[in-house]
Write a protein that binds this ligand. Structure first.
Ligand code: DX5
Ligand code: ZN
Length: 226
């Protein structure tokens, strides 16, 4: 058995005006985590939610809030997100070259799980030092679309990164994000991803519970066959 499958619906595809009930609906449908896309309108050309929304949601839910920071200055968000009740804090390697050690240390000191994300154009080698550090990140998020928006097409060529990571780090949490759904999960699962973010394929489904269990089954099946 490999690392546990975690299915994380991306709340970016939810009805933000009803966030608490949308979150509960996803948990009832079998979600493990809730993926929260935090964008600053600068690192990516879109602006979404921040710590106040996480804080509001936390009052309604005990769920694991898997925060994906698409922001230029992730360090500025550690304190407010920690206070707000975030569970995971995943920053982008492209904007953290100078201060990732400090970031990881601060994220952990606030009781959150540190993760690092990389854009499609960023080589996988760039995250190795963060995984091999004395104080390491605990998850790597491989972007399978250009960050910024839901509903984009899955980039199959990113699976080389996932395969390389899985071979090198058998126990690492590897998350994929962007364009995941019933037609792309097999590629991601067989490459070795175990944390699956899915926005439009879950929220747009007639039966979201069915999609969530299909995603989980694919990950578990791929692990049995590996
Ligand atoms: C994109 C975000 C994703 C997005 C995924 O920048 O990081 O989490 O919500 O949405 P889908 O699954 O629709 O591609
Ligand atoms: Zn995301």
């Amino acid at each position: 058995m490999g690392v546990a499958a975690k299915i994380a619906p991306s709340m970016l595809s939810s009805d933000f005006a009803n966030l608490a009930s949308e979150a509960q609906r996803m948990l009832d449908f079998g979600a493990d985590w809730l993926h929260m896309d935090i964008m600053d309108g600068h690192f990516v050309p879109n602006l979404t939610i921040g710590a106040p929304v996480i804080e509001s949601l936390r009052k309604h839910s005990k769920a694991y809030l898997d925060c994906h920071l698409m922001v230029t200055n992730p360090l500025d968000y550690v304190e407010p997100l920690g206070k707000a009740g975030a569970s995971g804090f995943t920053f982008h390697v492209e904007v953290s070259k100078e201060n990732w050690q400090e970031l990881v240390q601060r994220i952990k000191s606030k009781g959150m799980k540190p993760g690092v994300a990389l854009k499609p154009g960023t080589p996988i080698e760039e995250v190795y030092p963060l995984i091999e550090a004395e104080n390491p990140v605990e998850m790597v998020l491989v972007m399978t679309v250009e960050p910024g928006f839901g509903g984009q097409k899955f980039m199959l060529e990113m699976m080389d990164k996932v395969r390389t990571l899985r071979k090198k780090y058998p126990a690492l949490d590897i998350e994929v994000d962007g364009g995941l759904g019933p037609s792309t999960i097999e590629a991601a699962a067989s490459a070795g991803a175990n944390c699956i973010v899915a926005g439009s394929s879950v929220f747009g489904a007639a039966e979201p519970a069915h999609v969530i269990s299909l995603l989980r089954n694919s990950v578990e099946e791929a692990q049995r066959n590996s």
